[in-house]
Write a protein that binds this ligand. Structure first.
Ligand SMILES: NC(=O)c1ccc[n+]([C@@H]2O[C@H](COP(=O)([O-])OP(=O)(O)OC[C@H]3O[C@@H](n4cnc5c(N)ncnc54)[C@H](O)[C@@H]3O)[C@@H](O)[C@H]2O)c1
Length: 291
């Protein structure tokens, strides 16, 4: 495994795939958290570039020790389990590998004295009309955007429940309500909303909050690449957004930071649209101005 220190498996939270083998201790974990963790710990999946990178950098500004778990490092230093400093580092992790997600989250929790905040951000897209979509294209998107988010939320929740609480935010999208040419993406982003609400209900009494944000079109490399490739038309996008501009990644990151913080301590199970009015139902415009 990628971490520098050996995990103490005796302190791991219950394994839902193998119930009955746990020896975790809430008191032990809380004591460990208080004595060894000056900075709260946050994990951002897919945090080495794009929106996840901006979220990670914002959380560093908020005083977190942030670990990007991603397929690539994005130039970030490798996570050193012995460091307690505020900053942004990276660990290799493929969110489609359920067992690996569980193991890496358990090890980070062990090394950092718990996990305070998690952002399930890793996501991919495939553009194809529904009638032409291959099983491979469908499965690739569902594997990362839905199965990966399930693995992330479950691994985060298990650790937070064992160490006294925490906050999780998953990245959905306005595409959750349907999106032409993006059937698996839309389906995965809609499913996230149900998953977040369910996790929030199951864990609210134990101090674990789970929310989602659903961004509209963000000014990121992915969007610019889509425009350059001709799969997205910037004029069409702008005409559809009442605010008449794209979201800046920092606008999404600030909202994620709020939902992870104590400022939102009574908010759980919600999906917050950050979309410049994209989801407003305009109704039918008047044919002419009234006299
Ligand atoms: N860009 C937008 O306009 C927009 C709008 C709404 C929602 N979103 C959502 O925001 C999130 C980030 O999007 P982005 O635009 O920054 O995309 P991006 O492609 O720039 O970044 C995605 C990151 O996820 C990582 N990743 C991909 N598959 C992974 C896997 N199996 N395991 C771990 N990491 C993996 C990538 O390596 C990459 O670093 C996604 O969930 C996306 O659906 C984006």
């Amino acid at each position: 495994m990628p971490l520098t220190c050996s995990p103490d498996w005796d302190k791991m939270p219950p394994d839902p795939d193998n119930e009955g083998t746990t020896t975790s201790s809430l008191t032990q974990s809380l004591n460990s958290k208080q004595s060894t963790q000056p900075a709260p710990t946050a994990i951002v999946t897919g945090g080495s570039q794009g929106l996840g990178r901006t979220i990670g950098e914002h959380l560093v500004d908020e005083g977190y020790r942030v670990i990007s778990t991603d397929l690539h490092d994005g130039g970030l230093p490798r996570f050193d389990g012995s460091s307690t400093d505020v900053g942004l580092s990276w660990l290799e992790l493929d969110v489609t590998n359920h067992a690996q997600v569980r193991d890496v989250f358990d090890q980070i929790s062990q090394q950092c004295g718990g996990i305070d905040a998690v952002v399930a951000n890793a996501g991919i897209q495939r553009h194809r009309a529904l009638v032409d979509l291959s099983w491979e294209e469908w499965s690739a998107v569902i594997d990362v955007n839905l199965h990966g988010v399930f693995s992330t939320i479950q691994a985060a929740g298990r650790n937070m429940l064992a160490t006294g609480g925490g906050s999780i935010v998953a990245i959905s999208s306005v595409s959750a309500r349907g999106s032409a040419g993006r059937a698996p993406y839309s389906t995965s982003k809609a499913a996230i909303i149900g998953l977040v609400s369910t996790a929030a209900g199951e864990w609210a009494a134990q101090g674990v909050r789970v929310n989602a944000v659903a961004p509209g079109y963000i000014d990121t490399g992915v969007l610019r690449d889509g425009v350059a490739a001709g799969t997205l038309d910037m004029d069409v996008i702008m005409n559809r957004i009442p605010a008449n501009r794209l979201a800046q990644p920092t606008e999404i990151a600030q909202t994620v930071g709020f939902l992870l913080s104590q400022q939102s301590s009574y908010i759980t199970g919600q999906t917050l649209y950050i979309d410049g009015g994209f989801m407003i139902d305009y109704g039918i415009p008047l044919a002419k101005k009234p006299d």
